[in-house]
Design a binder for this molecule. Structure first.
Ligand SMILES: NC(=O)c1ccc[n+]([C@@H]2O[C@H](COP(=O)([O-])OP(=O)(O)OC[C@H]3O[C@@H](n4cnc5c(N)ncnc54)[C@H](O)[C@@H]3O)[C@@H](O)[C@H]2O)c1
Length: 315
């Protein structure tokens, strides 16, 4: 499948990231969003992302001017080869939206949703042809992070899943096929577990938001970026590897370290989290912090790629 025109429906944090990635890979992009001022905000967000994309390397012909913002859903998807929906995370909204999108799109176009955890069988139930509808769940910032979780609903064809994965690869992404249609998929299920524990720690006054972030960024966060959890723990078992690690730390799994059931989101807890993160943010605007984050991400990705090539690691 040759994708020349990419349609973005809903261009908030995630949709805007898709637009920036697609433009940087030399595609024509058509966007629609019902919010007042959405076009202006989208163009500002793409401009803020562009320096990082230039560092990564723009495709031939890539230009911010190849973005067209239109007034209707139908106009947005009419010429698209690939449609990516990034509307609010509400099943009823996605259900109605996809009924309309699937009628207006070309019959061979692939339709994807950025949903973080809703099930495609449910929200594509009214789509005209659900065999070409998938989930492509990305990570913020979409224009830099390669991971995209790909899965279908009961009616999605294998051919569509393969074509969508190939397309995502062509725009520099790392598609991860999710084998079962489960709520939260893989990555958000893991992130949610960490998030619940972090909120408990704040709620119980064990640590501030900044201290919890320190616990990640000076330790596990660094090794997660190139080894993940399982390979990291294999090395934690020393030369005996994973079997020894499991024997050594197995008993700790029985201890009451984690709670996992989320704490109640009281006003007090929300205030404590917001006050903590406001402190961490200091004088920096969100846009400044986004540029700092982007700089760090591109530096980490370059460093990992160089280390891989020195050590002959291919995957
Ligand atoms: N924020 C994240 O970290 C993240 C990560 C991965 C996936 N997602 C998923 O991406 C989707 C969008 O999330 P977001 O964080 O960008 O939200 P957001 O609130 O930043 O953006 C949503 C956009 O959708 C627009 N919108 C409202 N009604 C719409 C409609 N009927 N059709 C199309 N657009 C409409 C809004 O005006 C807004 O610009 C959600 O499904 C979310 O679960 C979010």
């Amino acid at each position: 499948m040759q994708v020349k025109t990419f349609a973005a429906l809903g261009v908030g944090v995630i949709g805007g990231g898709w637009v920036a990635r697609a433009l940087a890979h030399g595609l024509d992009v058509v966007a629609w969003d019902p919010a007042p001022g959405a076009e202006q905000q989208l163009r500002a967000n793409v401009a803020n992302a562009w320096p990082a994309l230039e560092r990564v390397g723009l495709a031939k012909g890539a230009s911010q001017e190849r973005l067209r913002f239109v007034a209707t859903i139908e106009e947005c998807v009419a010429d698209a080869d690939f449609v990516q929906e990034s509307a609010p995370e509400r099943e009823d909204l996605k259900l109605t939206l996809h009924e309309r999108v699937s009628k207006a799109a070309k019959p061979e176009a692939i339709i994807a949703s950025s949903t973080s955890g809703l099930l495609p069988t449910d929200f594509y139930a009214s789509a005209k042809d659900a065999s070409r509808c998938i989930v492509g769940h990305p990570f913020n910032p979409v224009y830099l992070l390669p991971l995209v979780e790909v899965l279908g609903g009961e009616k999605t064809s294998e051919e569509t899943l393969q074509a969508a994965s190939a397309f995502y690869e062509s725009i520099g992404m790392r598609p991860l096929r999710v084998r079962k249609e489960v709520p939260g998929f893989i990555a958000d299920r893991l992130l949610e577990a960490l998030w619940r524990e972090a909120l408990h720690l704040v709620n119980e006054g064990v640590a501030t938001t900044g201290e919890i972030d320190d616990a990640i960024r000076f330790g596990a966060g660094i090794r997660w970026s190139f080894m993940g959890t399982f390979l990291t723990y294999t090395l934690a078992g020393g030369d005996a590897g994973m079997r020894h690690f499991m024997q050594q730390f197995g008993p700790a799994l029985e201890l009451p370290w984690t709670k996992l059931v989320a704490p109640k989101l009281t006003d007090e807890l929300i205030d404590r989290v917001v006050e903590g993160t406001t402190d961490q943010q200091g004088e920096h605007s969100i846009k400044q912090l986004e540029r700092y984050r982007d700089d760090c991400i591109t530096s980490v990705m370059t460093a990992i790629a160089e280390a891989k090539s020195r050590h002959g690691i291919v995957n």
